[in-house]
Ligand binder design. Structure first.
Ligand SMILES: Cc1cc2nc3c(=O)[nH]c(=O)nc-3n(C[C@H](O)[C@H](O)[C@H](O)COP(=O)(O)OP(=O)(O)OC[C@H]3O[C@@H](n4cnc5c(N)ncnc54)[C@H](O)[C@@H]3O)c2cc1C
Length: 387
């Protein structure tokens, strides 16, 4: 199918996760003809398999102003998305069980408060009053009312409907394999030249696959792949009512309305961006479960229903890349946002503002700082091969 003959888009967004879909939505609402090109179905990557925690505790301090605005968007999807993801507000508690964790907790809370997060420190009794199921060995907790969770598996369905209503052309099961510059337009092609999509502007929103995607434009930005493990239990009677995390960052946990408990915290499994998530590591599975049960002792009665792995992207400095790509006209990138599900809707809205020629409400994150020049890239790859 050669769509170039019939269709030229104002913008082609490559990658239909929360970042790409939100950008596409706001561009289309502003009157642009927009295509989303997704090699799977919308939001089946990180945006559909994540833990759904909408939190400031786990968000990097400098991203807190973005996450606060995004949290409000998630809690009010009716106003801008038109379809929900069961976003639920719940208090967020980050916990300390050791003196070292207490110091960490206080530092993390102070850093986030500096960026506008309303986080209070609670002593043991106050923490137990918020979450009676906690292990009473808890020493201190950081409390934040701007917290909660969504059901991430609903994200694709919600965005699909919203994008269709906004007139976005959605190309699913359509991997982008080549990008050419043809007569002042960008032409995105699929395998065997089965599809060509022409657009004036390009948005690269490929999650962990941003590195090979950007390589199609001869831009080298290394993207690290984290293989995050999640565990869900069978339904059980209520054992917690807040979103729980731990000061050292190794646990995130909440109980959904149906009784199942979702346990994560960034424990790693085996996989990469070529193969996806391959398998869990038994030690990490046991470690994650032990920590969860230490925090909420009633989880001793829980039975694991399913484990899965999802791929999360990270830049060299662990900060997002959102903005215009250097040296190319009308090409933007969005991705590698820590706690990116929480911030996703607001980040996409900001990028759309920049593409539309408006001043974004908050600053973007210049990708130019991350570009590795060709010679340095060669040396780096040589070093990696010889190590
Ligand atoms: C297990 C797990 C748990 C997490 N938990 C949380 C959490 O609780 N809270 C939180 O805030 N964040 C969480 N995150 C992080 C969050 O999920 C991500 O930051 C966010 O979803 C990233 O969105 P994205 O659109 O950048 O990437 P993705 O959702 O990965 O979207 C990228 C899309 O690009 C497509 N693509 C790539 N290459 C091509 C190509 N060549 N052609 C066409 N399409 C292409 C992919 O198929 C994919 O759909 C978690 C992540 C994981 C993996």
């Amino acid at each position: 199918m050669n769509l170039a003959m019939t269709t030229a888009f104002d913008a082609a967004v490559i990658g239909g996760g929360v970042m790409g879909c939100t950008t596409a939505l706001f561009l289309a609402r502003a009157g642009m003809r927009v295509a989303v090109i997704e090699r799977d179905a919308l939001c089946r990557g990180a945006s559909g398999v994540n833990a759904g925690t909408l939190t400031l505790h786990m968000t990097r301090a400098a991203l807190v102003p973005y996450a606060i605005r995004a949290w409000k968007m998630w809690m009010n999807t009716g106003a801008w998305l038109g379809h929900g993801v069961l976003a639920t507000a719940a208090p967020g508690l980050s916990l300390a069980f050791t003196e070292h964790e207490k110091t960490l907790l206080q530092q993390r809370a102070a850093a986030r408060r500096e960026y506008g997060a309303q986080i209070d420190l609670l002593d043991r009794d106050a923490a137990l009053a918020v979450e009676p199921g906690l292990n009473p060995a808890v020493l201190q907790a950081a409390y934040c009312a701007t917290d909660g969770f969504a059901s991430a598996y609903l994200t694709g369905r919600a965005y699909h409907a919203a994008l269709r209503e906004a007139g976005v052309h959605i190309f699913e099961q359509t991997p982008a394999t080549r990008i050419d510059r043809v007569a002042g337009m960008y032409q995105v092609s699929g395998p065997d030249d089965a599809i060509h999509i022409d657009a004036t502007r390009l948005v690269m929103a490929g999650g962990v696959w941003l590195e090979p995607l950007l390589a199609m434009l001869d831009i080298n930005i290394p993207v690290k792949t984290l293989v995050n493990q999640l565990i869900v239990t069978e339904r059980m009677p209520p054992v917690m009512r807040s979103v729980l995390s731990i000061a050292n960052g190794l646990l995130s946990m909440k109980q959904f309305a149906n009784g199942s408990v979702l346990i994560g915290g960034g424990w790693q499994g085996i996989g990469d961006r070529e193969r996806g998530g391959v398998e869990t590591m038994p030690d990490n599975l046991i470690g994650n479960l032990r920590l969860a049960q230490h925090v909420i002792p009633a989880l001793a009665r829980a039975r694991v229903a399913r484990i899965w792995l999802g791929l999360e992207s990270e830049t060299a400095d662990a900060m997002p890349m959102i903005g215009a790509l250097p040296g190319l006209a009308n090409v933007w990138v969005i991705g590698c946002v820590h706690s990116g599900y929480t911030s996703g809707p607001y980040m996409g809205k900001l990028l759309a503002q920049a593409i539309l020629g408006e001043k974004p409400e908050l600053p973007l994150f210049d990708p130019a700082r991350l570009v590795v020049p060709a010679a340095a890239a060669l040396t780096q790859s040589h070093r990696e091969k010889t190590e």
